[in-house]
Design a protein around this ligand. Structure first.
Ligand SMILES: [Mn+2]
Length: 304
């Protein structure tokens, strides 16, 4: 039976700016879908100024999807590293690889003021692993999860910055703009190299994270970024149905978001996306890497 899957990313629910308006406003996006996937940075559950609203919106998202009989899958991103232990998905029998994108660089967000600290956390975690475990997909995803959390352990330093708009932060830190642009340029290549090593059967990588929407062909693979609900552009969705993969714009209609009718890109898959149950995904972290998980440092996120 043909399944319809809709994938978006970076809704950043709970944040007053550069975020989706609300969980309810997203509802038309999963209309007619069997499965709705948010590929990381669903909600700002790390930040004391935002996490109550983020938790409420995340609950609302689950409630609405349950009411509409749609399976909701959240992958964790760098803004919500412990919202879910699902860090990647293989769809269409491995032809499509889905991950937030924080795993592609050891500093997770190299443009961030916390990049040095994040990178050190990544290296520290890496050194705790046995040689043979360091390059596994699970270890890489888990190290990025652990390192991502490092950004939110020093919230007092981030409070002022987090309260400003992205544009304002860019103006007062112009070197960050150069780093963002540099990273935008290299990320399709990084994604292509990553799936060549860790998911070689994948022909498509679907990511978010950098907030730059786009479709690139790199070394024979197609890299799709679904962008973000906020700066710097309009978000996009990947819609999978049968053998079709298409990328569409997400349009704001005054009170709610809707999928654009025009396909920005369209591909025919060699294998259909025919069974949600048959797809594989990362589950709980591998037992060999528990040392890299922050124990008492884990944020006291409201139960969601
Ligand atoms: Mn994001």
């Amino acid at each position: 039976m043909s399944e319809r899957i809709v994938i978006i990313s970076d809704t950043h629910l709970g944040r007053p700016h550069a975020a989706a308006a609300s969980a309810r406003a997203l509802r038309p996006l999963w209309d007619g879908a069997d499965r709705f996937i948010v590929n990381g940075d669903t909600a700002e559950v790390h930040h004391p100024s935002h996490w109550c609203e983020a938790a409420k919106e995340t609950m609302q998202l689950f409630d609405l999807c349950e009411t509409d009989d749609v399976q909701l899958t959240l992958l964790s991103g760098n803004h919500d590293p412990y919202i879910s232990d699902i860090r990647h998905l293989h769809l269409a029998r491995g032809i499509i690889f889905v991950t937030h994108g924080d795993v592609l660089h050891p500093a997770v967000a190299p443009w961030s003021p916390a990049a040095g600290r994040i990178h050190r956390a990544y290296q520290n975690g890496l050194e705790q692993l046995e040689d043979g475990d360091r390059e596994t997909l699970e270890a890489r995803l888990q190290l990025a999860q652990h390192a991502s959390h490092e950004e939110w352990k020093h919230l007092h330093e981030l409070k002022r910055e987090a309260s400003r708009s992205t544009m304002f932060n860019m103006i007062i830190r112009p070197w960050a703009v150069a780093k963002v642009v540099w990273y935008w340029r290299i990320v399709p290549r990084l994604a292509s190299e990553f799936i060549k090593q860790h998911a070689p059967e994948a022909q498509f990588a679907i990511i978010g994270h950098t907030h730059r929407p786009g479709v690139w062909t790199c070394r024979g693979r197609t890299i799709i970024n679904t962008g973000s609900f906020g700066f710097p552009g309009t978000p996009r969705a990947v819609v999978l149905e049968g053998r079709e993969l298409k990328v569409v714009r997400i349009e704001w209609r005054g009170e709610q978001y809707e999928l654009g009718t025009h396909a920005l890109a369209r591909y025919e898959l060699p294998e259909p996306v025919d069974s949600v149950a048959a797809e594989t995904e990362s589950a709980r972290p591998a037992a060999s890497v528990p040392k890299t998980r922050p124990g008492s440092d884990r944020p006291s996120v409201p139960a969601i």
